[in-house]
Design a binder for this molecule. Sequence first.
Ligand code: S3P
Length: 185
Amino acid sequence: MQSESSEPKPARNIVLIGFMGSGKSTVGRELSKLLGYPIVDTDHEIEEREKLSIPEIFSTKGEEYFRSTETKLVQELCDKGLSHHIIATGGGMPMREPTRPLLRQLGYVVWLQADVDTILNRTSRNSNRPLLQTENPRQTIENLLEIRNPVYEQVSHLRIRTSDLDIEETAHGILESARYFFAQS
Ligand code: S3P
C-alpha cells in the first residue's frame, strides 16, 4: 500500500508485521543492533504487563481480551509519540481494524512474508502459539494466511519475502528502504 497524502506522517520507527514464524522478533533484534534503536516486542510487553504468558492469557482471559490489550498498546505507543524504535508485533495485531491506521501512524510498516513450510518449521519447535495447537497446523496456517495476507498487504508500506534471505540480508534490505522512505516523507 502506498503512503496516502491524507495520512498523518508516520513516526520515525520501523514496525514489523507478519505471520507467526515470519521472523519479526529475530529481524527486529538485528535491526535494533544495526540502528541502535531499542526494540519493543508487543508480545513480551503484554506478557510483562499481564504477568502471564501468551498461552495463559488465551486460556484464562480469551483471545478477545488479548486483542484488546494489543490495540490499547499500539494506541499508547502512538499517543506517547514513540520515535527511533523497532516495533515487533504479534502476528494477529493488524487483524483488528482499529489497529491498522495506528500501525501506519506508528512508523514504516514492513510485512515479513514467509512461505507455509518455513512457518510450519519455525512454529513447530515449541507450543507457545495457542492458535496453532490444532490437529492439522499446516491447514490452520493456510486458512489463516488466506484471511490475513490481504490485510498485511493493505497495512504495510513494504513487503519482504524472508524465506530465501538470511537475517542480515533481510535487515539490510529494510534499512535501505526505510532510509529512502523517511527521506521522502
Ligand atoms: C498470534 C501471534 C503471536 C501471539 C499470539 C497470537 C497471532 O505472536 O501474538 O500467539 O494471532 O498470529 P508471533 O507472531 O510473534 O508468534
